[in-house]
Ligand binder design. Sequence first.
Ligand code: SAM
Ligand code: SF4
Length: 450
Amino acid sequence: MAGEFFLKTYGCQMNVYESGVVRRILADAGFSETRDESCADLLMMMTCSVRSHAEARALGRLADFRGLRARHPDRLVVVLGCMAQRYKEELVEDARVDLVVGPDEYLRLPELIRQCRAGTRGIVAARLSSECYERVQPEPDNPVSAFVTVMRGCDNYCSYCIVPYVKGRERSRPLSRVLEETRTRVDGGVREITLLGQNVLAYRDGRQGFAELLRAVAQAAGTARVRFLTSHPRDLTDKVLHTMAEMENVCPFLHLPLQSGSNRILELMNRGYTRAEYLRLVERARVLLPGLALTTDIMVAFPGETESDFLDTIDLVQQVRFDSAYTFRFSVRPGTRAAELEPRVSAADSGRRLARLIEVQNRITLELNRAMVGQEYELLIEGPSPRGRGALGRTRSGKVVVLTEPTRPGTLVRARVTQLNGWTPVAQLRTTTNHNPIRPNGLSAGSKTL
Ligand code: SAM
Ligand code: SF4
């Protein structure tokens, strides 16, 4: 018996997907997973380096792992992902990690674990390559909705961002492999496919770009919903928008990171668009895709951001009216160009700006959610509602809605929103539009209907 592993994941959806890759590699090598870290032979962590806060949380958890190892010294502490790539030997020397494995080295995990067990503690494997894990079918994370990575790495070098340094050069997975994974997931009962990449719009396989990929995936997905993240505004073409509009199962949803509403800051960030171009893009997308939901990422307190730059961001947020936004305070990432830029915004100013941005966006989100009351939506049921007896579903545009009736995950229903509970729309069932919910074992219960 190879042993039991415990795997904690930090960071974005791409890390969730890559944890699935690691799970598959370990399962194929005879390891089994445990949810109970206190009895695991391998204490593993998939890490994120995008902001210092994410790193601090992971380092805190590593201390717990070391405590568990102290009681059973034959256990191994293993760090994977961005921090492994970034800190390499430092993790062995400072955090006493037994095995450090970067994002392109997961296929070597079983062999590296064997070497560690044979007595070589403190191994570092962190060579970047063009690895795409083409032959690995990741373990699913969710029986209703699946991530499928289409590209890895990033060549954009936004001046604040660590990703190009820790995830390597941009490379796309073969289209045939993406389609195969999509079909496997849909045949396994999944009702929604989310294509993933740091910038999916940069996808390329020979002459096929993202629009061709999206069309092919939408066809392969049958009646399952298709969405994708993340879209760099500079690369969003009419061709992609038209493909979204033509393919019925592609959801009217775009995650289009803005970062800043100030032209001066956008240029310092190396984002490659202006506020006017961003606004034109949003206008175009909304014309071509009625009912489009737009979400975004916004950063405050980039070095040199003045009050007037910040107010440009607030102004743009008010003009666009995003459905929701992930908001961040600039975090210095040593080694990036922005780490050298001056002047830094004070902690007091950055805190105040972040709070103001959140307040403005929260009001917009609430207004948009209020406008849902009285409307009918198609919901894909994802699971039980956290409180109460109902279910949690998602509209085609990606909004989370509480359904008052208990309903099996994987069911598609039509429901009318009757009220908000805090922020969250609450809906009552009208009709069930498919009859193939996910069975508890994750298998589809019947043929497709819509
Ligand atoms: N590739 C995606 C894109 O270009 O939009 C995003 C990738 S990044 C992992 C997710 C978000 O983290 C970014 O959109 C940005 O808002 C934020 N982020 C990245 N680096 C950051 C930093 N140094 N400080 C604060 N936020 C950061
Ligand atoms: Fe980072 Fe920019 Fe690449 Fe996104 S596009 S991963 S923000 S460098």
